[in-house]
Design a protein around this ligand. Structure first.
Ligand SMILES: [Fe+2]
Ligand SMILES: [Fe+2]
Length: 187
């Protein structure tokens, strides 16, 4: 087996794990968001991700390898950030805005990985695999753009209207200011 095939296989296992974790995570995220439009977008991408997994199965086959995932620390971390946001913010537009940002971080990760794998598949002459991975790459990009649109058009304006009910927040800000002043000026 060529070294580049091995490289490809390594990233395939990584993204296979990431996609499967993404499917589980998106079910939770869809429950946590308030906006119906956003909920539907997340569930539609979850459905799409099932096809991403099927395409990966086909690419594994093209590589002559058994489909299997390998823990992806990056995806674990990105999903964890989304879960932290759910714990930290109350349901509503602010949490929705946070979860869009977390969702986009996941899309960007996937775009980076699928982009590299499309290029490698082409280099290795795996034309069919490159085509399958490109289809997924296009869908990840479209989902990123959709999330961006929802954020700018609906979620962010709604989040900006929300009043904070965290009473400590103002005090914290005030107490931070003098502390910052006491710091010796850097030269
Ligand atoms: Fe995906
Ligand atoms: Fe995705």
């Amino acid at each position: 087996m060529k070294a580049m095939n091995e490289l490809m296989l390594h990233f395939m296992q990584d993204i296979y794990y990431a996609e499967k974790l993404g499917v589980r995570s998106m079910a939770k995220m869809a429950k946590a968001v308030e906006s119906r439009e956003l909920k539907e977008a997340i569930l539609a991408h979850r459905e799409q991700s099932q096809h991403h997994i099927e395409r990966l199965d086909q690419v594994f086959e093209a590589l002559g390898k058994r489909a299997k995932g390998k823990t992806c620390a990056a995806m674990n971390g990105l999903v964890e950030e989304g879960e932290e946001a759910v714990d930290e913010f109350e349901d509503g537009p602010v949490l929705d805005a946070a979860l869009i940002a977390c969702g986009q971080a996941i899309e960007h990760y996937e775009i980076a990985r699928y982009g590299a794998m499309v290029a490698w598949a082409k280099q290795l002459g795996l034309t069919e695999a490159a085509g399958l991975l490109q289809q997924t790459l296009d869908e990840e990009k479209a989902n990123d753009a959709l999330l961006n649109d929802i954020a700018k058009r609906a979620t962010n304006p709604a989040a900006a209207e929300e009043e904070s009910d965290d009473e400590d927040e103002d005090d914290e800000m005030k107490s931070d200011a003098p502390k910052a002043k006491k710091k010796p000026a850097k030269k």
